[in-house]
Design a protein around this ligand. Structure first.
Ligand SMILES: CC(C)(COP(=O)(O)OP(=O)(O)OC[C@H]1O[C@@H](n2cnc3c(N)ncnc32)[C@H](O)[C@@H]1OP(=O)(O)O)[C@@H](O)C(=O)NCCC(=O)NCCS
Length: 215
């Protein structure tokens, strides 16, 4: 039997997840969030109140959906939410958009969210609470650590290995065989051709902007 879910969060990422949950015909009990008071609707689902409203539902009867987005320098909150509620016995639903293409042997951890148009190839493993965002490509034999955000349109060539809490920005390319230590950030549009140790940030070359009226 499919357990009903509670969607945590009411921002942009939660909005996209709400649309996916509708597409998947997944029963949704309601939405929670720190700034939400009980009553009314958001995304067409009832507002249950703050995250403490989840305690009204026994952990064996429901699953949670982590609707917090993940910005490069602020991944802690999404991780904390996952760990706090996990410690209380709640499970996070793993979601795969119907338009994503996954090889048969891909392994997805708890609470992984695979968004629209994603491709994940053979031999890849993705750990808990990862977002693989719209249109990202994760090639064969990659190993993705917990709480990563692979942002829209990023491309991980084969056998890329990431530690926990890595953010790979929109449109970035990570060349095959690179490994990235925990907490690394790869800026949007970067091309990473070498492995990097933990807690490094990669900036791409920046675009030249000219004023057409003046230059
Ligand atoms: C790389 C990144 C994390 C940098 O964050 P930051 O260190 O806070 O960057 P800042 O805004 O302080 O910028 C520092 C400098 O780097 C430049 N810079 C920042 N990001 C850049 C990028 N992606 N490409 C080129 N230059 C960039 C800034 O223009 C700034 O230059 P300045 O010092 O001459 O003014 C961020 O810009 C980025 O790429 N984030 C990923 C976004 C993303 O994937 N979003 C997905 C949402 S679903």
């Amino acid at each position: 039997m499919i357990k009903p879910v509670i969607l945590m969060g009411s921002g942009g990422h939660a909005k996209v997840l709400a649309a996916m949950l509708k597409k998947l015909d997944c029963p949704v009990l309601g939405v929670t969030g720190p700034a939400l008071a009980e009553g009314g609707e958001v995304f067409g689902f009832p507002v249950l109140g703050g995250d403490n409203a989840i305690a009204n539902f026994p952990p064996d009867r429901i699953e949670l959906v982590n609707g917090l987005g993940s910005l490069p320098r602020d991944q802690g909150l999404r991780q904390r939410l996952f760990e706090q509620f996990h410690a209380r016995g709640y499970a996070f639903k793993t979601l795969v958009d119907p338009t994503a293409m996954l090889a048969g042997d891909v392994v997805l951890g708890e609470g992984v969210q695979v968004m629209a148009g994603v491709i994940i190839q053979a031999g890849t493993q993705i750990a808990n609470n990862v977002i693989v965002n719209s249109g990202a490509i994760i090639e064969h034999d990659c190993s993705i650590g917990c709480h990563n955000h692979i942002a829209p349109g990023a491309v991980l060539c084969g056998a890329v290995i990431t530690g926990d809490n890595v953010h790979i920005g929109s449109g970035a390319v990570v060349i095959q065989g690179c490994s990235l230590g925990a907490g690394c950030i790869v800026g949007a549009g970067s091309v990473l051709t070498t492995s990097i140790a933990g807690r490094h940030i990669v900036y791409p070359p920046r675009s030249i902007i000219k004023n057409l009226e003046r230059d």
